[in-house]
Write a protein that binds this ligand. Structure first.
Ligand code: FEO
Length: 178
């Protein structure tokens, strides 16, 4: 049976991961509005990963006899001054999520919740990637943002990111089952 403090913190984390999905889908819409379809594609892939993250905590709570409680999502941004600002926000958001995972790990250890360790270790490692990936695009875009050719090249590079299998936000996947 999952400890109540750990359960509550994990329910909070389900919310944060769903908010991540929501934020990144908002960026998908924004990048399409700017004709940056490669960046929009990259963010769709990212949003898909966030839904997986939410479900990992969701199922962990249930598997250990706890009740999932879906909390209100906060109002998110829908417009950015420029693409670089959106990538800055994405990087800052990933740092925020890392802090949340660290705190969740702290709570779990305080409660002697050894059973959550494999899941939390996975997330601690995952956040290294999440920060690295968003920081890389932010840094590269900041180098080329004044050059249309540079932005176009980066946008095409980001279009190459592979969708995870069976993604609900991949048009190829949902059109196939419609
Ligand atoms: Fe689920 Fe991007 O952290």
């Amino acid at each position: 049976m999952i400890d109540k403090k750990v359960r509550d913190a994990m329910n909070e984390q389900v919310k944060h991961e769903l908010e991540s999905f929501y934020i990144y889908m908002s960026m998908v819409a924004y990048f399409h509005s700017q004709n940056l379809d490669g960046m929009a594609h990259w963010m769709r892939c990212q949003a898909h990963e966030e839904m997986i993250h939410a479900m990992k905590f969701f199922d962990h709570i249930i598997d250990r006899g706890g009740a999932v409680k879906l909390l209100d999502l906060k109002q998110i941004k829908t417009v950015w001054k420029k693409p670089l600002e959106a990538w800055h926000d994405a990087y800052e958001h990933e740092k925020f999520i890392t802090a949340k995972i660290n705190n969740l790990t702290k709570i779990s250890r305080e409660q002697n919740d050894y059973t959550s360790e494999p899941l939390l270790s996975w997330f601690l490692n995952e956040q290294i990637e999440e920060e690295k990936n968003t920081e890389k695009v932010f840094r590269e875009l900041s180098m080329v943002e004044t050059s249309k050719e540079g932005v176009l090249m980066l946008d095409r590079e980001l279009a190459a990111r592979a969708f995870p299998a069976g993604s609900p936000v991949n048009p190829l996947a949902y059109n196939a089952v419609a």
